[in-house]
Design a protein around this ligand. Structure first.
Ligand code: NDP
Ligand code: GDR
Length: 356
């Protein structure tokens, strides 16, 4: 048997988890993912890379667990004996975190602590080192204190989700400094893809456009169109996660494009792409407003460029186009340009289940 590097991923069924699993498998890793028990299948994003664990050459293994269940996290660590752990699991919707703050904080903040403590004990018992990646967020910057936001910009979180991520960030720093753990924080700005959850604004827009073109939807209800985000492509961002754990020393890095665009600009580009005017379809619904909004995010990726050699490969217009293309393709609609789809769509309910 080959001695492969082993990675354990929480949140493997999410957008980033699926891209990261693909990346690590392509690098020859043995990949283990923690999935939650659900009443219907929740593995659509990773079904295309799933392997029967009975096969002798299987490299992807799934384990039932939850960040709210510390015992199971410890058991999985003992079973897998990973070299690298990527903590991507989260209730990751900012608006929902106002509705379900306790669950959000339990998963995001306490879940991180449970995992860090489990790794600390595992390292001690086995006299080994595990490299740890923490999925931090630009939401931690929240209210504008400084632009562009960089590693040294003070945090000012504006939601239960962001408060929990700030705790997780500092707890990760604390484990690094207290116990000499190889623990890194990625401070990732928004990153999107055809696998983005359908209730985040970019995917909500591109999916609605496809449904409008297909004659299945007439209106799109949105909240605040003025907020600005630094939007990149998820497939690029998981490379940065991996790069952080390949450095000599653990550190924290901002991962961003360095450009910002409003929700309105996203709408304009996306609707123009199919020769429609967004004003004809978009309606306001206050239910999508947040009790406190994050108005402006723009990251300074200088450190990650210099130290990790990382840079984004997809521009904002390219990102919009590839997401619209993928959602159109899901309805069997030709794209305006006839260009091939760069990243095939992942769509639930079997409309299209053909991920690259
Ligand atoms: P998703 O919402 O797509 O995926 C979240 C994952 O976490 C899913 O696999 C989900 O499982 C899992 N999860 C939720 N609750 C728990 C729990 N209690 N225990 C274990 N697993 C759980 O998020 P993304 O892939 O977009 O993001 C990945 C990580 O990066 C998250 O931590 C997010 O907060 C963070 N982040 C994301 C950014 C982005 O722009 N995408 C930017 C910055 C940070 P299930 O499928 O069963 O629901
Ligand atoms: P965000 O992403 O909150 O930045 O968090 P989201 O796409 O939800 O919102 C971006 C902006 O769009 C505005 N908006 C709407 N948002 C949603 N979801 N639905 C709407 O109908 C709508 N209308 C307007 C929002 O108010 C906001 O200003 C994402 C998540 O992936 C987090 O987990 C991650 O940490 C951050 O990105 C970086």
């Amino acid at each position: 048997m080959e001695n492969r590097t082993k990675a354990l991923i929480t949140g493997i069924t999410g957008q980033d988890g699926s891209y990261l699993a693909e990346l690590l498998l392509s690098k020859g890793y043995e990949v283990h993912g923690i999935i939650r028990r659900t009443s219907t299948f929740n593995t659509d994003r990773i079904d295309h890379i799933y392997q029967d664990p009975h096969q002798p050459d299987a490299q992807l293994f799934l384990h039932y667990g939850d960040l709210t269940d510390g015992t199971t996290l410890r058991r999985i660590l003992e079973e897998v004996q990973p070299d690298e752990v990527y903590n991507l699991g989260a209730q990751s919707h900012v608006r929902v975190s106002f509705d379900a703050p306790e669950f959000t904080v339990d998963t995001v903040a306490m879940g991180t602590l449970r995992l860090l403590e489990a790794i600390r004990d595992y390292q001690n018992y086995h006299d080994t080192q595990v490299k740890y990646y923490q999925a931090g967020s630009s939401e931690m910057f929240g209210k504008v204190v400084e632009v562009p936001q960089k590693e040294t910009t003070p945090f000012y979180p504006r939601s239960p989700y962001a408060c929990a991520k700030v705790y997780a960030h500092w707890q990760t720093v604390n484990h690094r400094e207290s116990y000499n753990m190889f623990a890194c924080n990625g401070i990732l700005f928004n990153h999107e893809s055809p696998r983005r959850g359908e209730t985040f604004v970019t995917r909500k827009i591109t999916r609605a456009i496809a449904r409008i073109v297909a004659g299945k939807q007439k209106e799109l209800f949105l909240g605040n169109l003025d907020s600005k985000r630094d939007w990149g492509y998820a497939k690029d961002y998981v490379v940065a996660m991996w790069l952080m754990l390949q450095q000599e020393k653990p550190d924290d890095y901002v991962i961003a494009t360095g450009e910002t665009h409003s929700v309105k600009e996203f709408l304009e580009l996306a609707f123009n792409y199919v020769n429609l005017k967004w004003e004809d379809y978009v309606r306001f619904d206050e239910r999508y407003l947040r009790p406190a909004e994050v108005d402006l995010l723009i990251g300074d990726p200088t450190k990650s460029k210099e130290k990790l050699g990382w840079k984004p490969s997809v521009t904002f217009p390219e990102l919009v186009a590839l997401m619209v293309d993928a959602d159109l393709e899901a309805f069997g609609l030709n794209t305006q340009t006839g260009k091939p789809v760069k990243d095939q769509a992942y769509i639930r309910h079997g409309v299209l289940h053909n991920v690259n």
